[in-house]
Design a protein around this ligand. Structure first.
Ligand code: 4AD
Ligand code: MG
Length: 432
């Protein structure tokens, strides 16, 4: 069926007879005429069957159609200004390929718990298809951005022996005679090694966090892209981030017009996403939040609500930089101007979506890094190779991680990250 006609191509085929394969979205027999809307993943097509023009048997088949029946339908493509794609199909013949009795998801409102239990079927809905298309564009834009800028993709392991981000949120498994292995929380430590070989690199894959969070921003398995650049400092790092995020948003605006419309996304908010992004130091952010009436203290991490409040003060994503070292990971570079803080930044998306990027300049001083590993009680022997990068030609370098689901949720205007990945993994969900 490689050559089957796709619904999206029909406007260019007016007057021709074609065969389309798809599933029934809705069907309405009305006396001597029946209207069936077919979907094939590329679009929706109104098929018009007229009793007089069809044989007895075909007319009977039309009456057997139910929601999600799969079928092949042959007919003439006709112009119809009122239809979504500007065309409809005048049915000449049809074959049912797979029946569908009592499809569990109907037009009526369903609860979220039910829909996630039916996720494998729910994916077929107009809204879910729109979200998946935007995700696809985001992923492709990410790959194109780095390819065009001569970054080398380096695939990093998903089974690791060292803690990447935080010891508290590890999935672990027995690993033959070598003890415990962990599912990667990040590929960062490995791309740091690769940056010393190739200069500009990135990894892109799934990462795992056994986070006991049930917020709309957390999954236990999510996708992250992590660029790492030799000789970039924290400032350069933020410049790369704002160019990158703006590019991804622009690509979606350009190429996802229809899915954004289906989701009723306000495009004007996305059109504002251009560099430079505002930059606020952590210390200033605390002051701003206090003025806004938030209960925050210097030294604490920002909570989800604080991030939302702060982001609302700006019309585009905002960088918060130089956080206190206590609230950030061990590998971040101590700030020479204020050793209480580290050279890092988060990028907060507007409209309540919170942190989409965490990034930093890396500690390039061997002894300071070893000190931090000891302070955190991390097993030194697992970090021998990582410390080697500071023993053999240490170098200024920076990088960041952008969470794909949070980014797609923001661009799509979908409130919860669980809806922007086909089969979400959460504390309370492993099925389907
Ligand atoms: O801030 P994080 O933890 O940073 C890192 O992992 C660094 N190693 C990245 C780097 O410097 N190479 O995570 C980065 C991003 C967050 O900003 C967020 O977008 C996403 O990953 N993220 C999650 N997304 C969904 N569910 C979760 N549980 C997430 N945890 C982080
Ligand atoms: Mg973070």
């Amino acid at each position: 069926m490689y050559s089957a006609t796709q619904i999206r191509d029909l406007p260019g085929l007016i007057g021709q007879t074609v065969t389309v394969y798809g599933w029934v979205a809705t069907t309405r027999p009305k006396g001597k005429i029946a209207f069936t809307v077919l979907r094939d993943g590329t679009g929706y097509l109104q098929c018009v069957a007229v009793k007089q023009e069809l044989g007895e048997q075909a007319w009977e088949t039309v009456h057997q159609l139910t929601q999600e029946t799969s079928l092949a339908v042959t007919g003439e493509v006709r112009e119809d200004k009122r239809s979504p794609g500007g065309v409809e199909l005048g049915v000449q013949s049809l074959t049912i390929l797979g029946g569908s009795t009592d499809f569990p998801i109907s037009k009526k409102e369903h609860g979220t718990a039910f829909l996630f239990e039916q996720r494998h079927l729910w994916l077929r809905s107009r809204r879910q298809v729109a979200i998946m298309r935007i995700r696809n564009e985001v992923v492709q834009a990410i790959r194109d951005f780095y390819y065009q800028r001569d970054f080398t993709l380096v695939d990093t392991p998903l089974l690791t022996g060292a803690v990447g981000e935080s010891a508290g949120t590890l999935f672990e498994t027995e690993y033959f005679d070598l003890g415990k292995a962990y599912l990667a929380q990040t590929g960062q430590l490995y791309v740091e090694a690769a940056a010393a070989a190739l200069g500009k690199v990135y990894c892109f894959g799934p990462t795992f966090r056994a986070e006991r969070s049930k917020t709309r921003r957390h999954l236990t398995e999510f996708w992250m892209v992590e660029p790492e650049v030799a000789w970039n400092d924290s400032d350069d790092n933020m410049k790369l981030q704002e160019d990158f995020v703006s590019y991804v948003v622009e690509r979606c605006l350009e190429r996802c017009r229809e899915p954004l419309e289906v989701l009723e996304r306000d495009r004007t908010r996305l059109e504002q996403v251009t560099p430079p992004f505002p930059r606020v130091s952590y210390t200033d952010a605390i002051e701003k939040l206090k003025q806004a009436g938030c209960d925050v203290r210097w030294g604490q991490d920002l909570g989800g609500d604080d991030e939302t409040t702060l982001a609302q003060m700006f019309d585009r994503p905002v960088f918060v930089y130089d956080y206190p070292r206590e609230v950030k990971a061990f590998y971040m570079k101590q700030n020479p101007e204020d050793p209480r803080t580290v050279k890092c930044n988060d990028c907060l998306a507007p409209e309540g979506y919170g942190e989409i990027i965490g990034g930093s300049q890396r500690e390039d001083d061997h002894d300071l890094l070893l000190g931090r590993i000891r302070e955190e009680g991390l097993p030194e022997e697992a970090y021998g190779w990582y410390l080697d990068l500071r023993r053999y030609g240490t170098f200024i370098h920076s990088g960041f991680g952008l969470g794909v689901e949070r980014t797609v949720a923001w661009i799509s205007g979908v409130p919860h990250v669980r809806e922007v990945i086909a089969f979400p993994r959460m504390m309370t969900r492993l099925y389907p």
